[in-house]
Design a protein around this ligand. Structure first.
Ligand SMILES: *Cc1c(COP(=O)(O)O)cnc(C)c1O
Length: 396
């Protein structure tokens, strides 16, 4: 992978025709260290947010030793990339064959479930193994999150007791897990969820060895500046300490977005301008799935030398495919004189960006290069202000 000093440097020196993924390993290292040093328990990286092997290696070096995997392909990928990592198979609905391969071939011992059927599957697939850590996923509210995960998975409180008791019979270690939804904008999401966990433990009166608060830790995007992560950690720690769990119980979390968002951005070129609409060379079928489908706003910066001093205007983007849905409404604030041939950096795409890319209409991913400059925004620097880098004035 080529290395460059900055995003602006890539734009001006290479003038790339295809979109370029800019990666910042130092930003991922900083996030990994932050979680491994400050979260009051163990942090598992949720691989689906960005399964790039380079990122996995970077997070490993930053102190992340456990990985939340959701499919057999993710199990194989992480096992191959990080042979010493501990894998936890946290998708509550798995193929029996996937469970068997994970257990017997890749040494996976931790699985999640939210039904008696899945528990039976795990028992059958592992041939009645007695060394399992089994985490029962309970349904919690997504009220504080930008992306709901409240409907698909999780056992209701009313049915949790019987599932917890049945799982306790089989498990070497019993866990309870949940997911408050992605981009949780308030730590209260976790205290509310942990109140539900408490109710489940009390009603089942089982000994619980692991409390896994899942993902949902936020990153920063335009119009979404979350409270500091330390506040989340404090609220979680306090709620965990007061739970009726075994003396040696462990606290886990599964950040995806928070560990990967700052790692990557995408450099695109403007191919056409129509009023305040810019036709760019990446879009809904590329790294901008969330921008198109759920109207997510990402920070943007015009990379031009000399810098434009025109006033900002809110633009929307069209992607390169022939599909009307390939439209990112934004608004994305860029100088009013943005024009054909300009390069734009779209930031904070390390999470759920390139991971969502398809080859639809022949527009596949371009090159990836490493840059040394700062991501557009960082939760992990001591500077409270958003980053301002030469040639890129970033506004949230
Ligand atoms: C997606 C997912 C995560 C990561 O969620 P983020 O909001 O990206 O932190 C963690 N755990 C499970 C089970 C998931 O499905």
């Amino acid at each position: 992978m080529h290395k460059h000093h900055s995003a602006l440097g890539v734009a001006t020196a290479l003038r790339p025709v295809q979109p370029v993924t800019l990666v910042r390993p130092h930003a991922a290292t900083r996030a990994a260290r932050f979680f491994s040093e400050k979260f009051p328990g163990r942090s598992l990286y949720a691989v689906k947010a960005n399964p790039s092997p380079d990122l996995l290696l970077t997070l490993w070096e930053g102190g992340i030793t456990h990985y939340d995997v959701a499919s057999i392909a993710e199990v194989r990928l992480v096992a191959r990339t990080l042979p010493e990592a501990t894998l936890c198979f946290m998708h509550p609905v798995k193929a029996e064959e996937a469970i068997a391969e994970a257990y017997f071939t890749h040494g996976v011992r931790t699985f999640s479930l939210d039904s008696h059927e899945e528990l039976d599957k795990i028992v059958r697939a592992t041939k009645g193994a007695t060394d399992l850590t089994l985490c029962v996923r309970i349904r919690v509210s997504s009220d504080h999150s930008k992306l709901s995960l409240a409907s698909k998975f999780g056992v209701d409180l009313a049915d949790a007791a019987s599932l917890l008791m049945a799982t306790r019979q089989v498990a070497d270690a019993l866990g309870i897990c949940f997911h408050v939804g992605s981009q949780a904008m308030s730590p209260q999401a976790y205290s509310d969820a942990l109140a539900r966990v408490r109710a489940a433990i009390v009603s089942a009166s089982v000994t619980v060895d692991v409390i896994d608060v899942g993902g949902g830790f936020p990153s920063a995007y335009p119009g979404m500046t979350p409270p500091p992560l330390e506040q989340y950690f404090r609220v979680i720690h306090e709620a965990f300490e007061s739970l009726p769990v075994s003396y040696s119980a462990e606290l886990w979390c599964e950040p995806g977005r928070a560990l990967s968002a700052e790692y990557a951005s995408v450099l695109v070129r403007v191919e056409r301008r129509r009023g305040d609409e810019l036709y760019i060379n990446d879009g809904a079928y590329g790294a901008l799935f969330d921008a198109a489908h759920i109207g997510w706003r990402f920070p943007v910066a015009l990379l031009r030398e000399p810098e434009s001093h025109a006033k900002d205007v809110g633009f929307s983007f069209y992607g390169p495919t022939c599909d009307d849905m390939d439209h990112m409404v934004g608004p994305f604030d860029l100088p009013a004189d943005t024009r054909v041939g300009d390069f734009i950096e779209i930031g904070m795409l390390g999470a759920y960006g390139s991971a969502m890319r398809t080859a639809f209409n022949g527009f596949t991913n371009g090159e990836t290069v490493i840059v040394d400059d700062e991501p557009m925004v960082s939760l992990y620097t001591t500077v409270a202000e958003p980053a301002t880098v030469a040639g890129r004035v970033i506004k949230l």
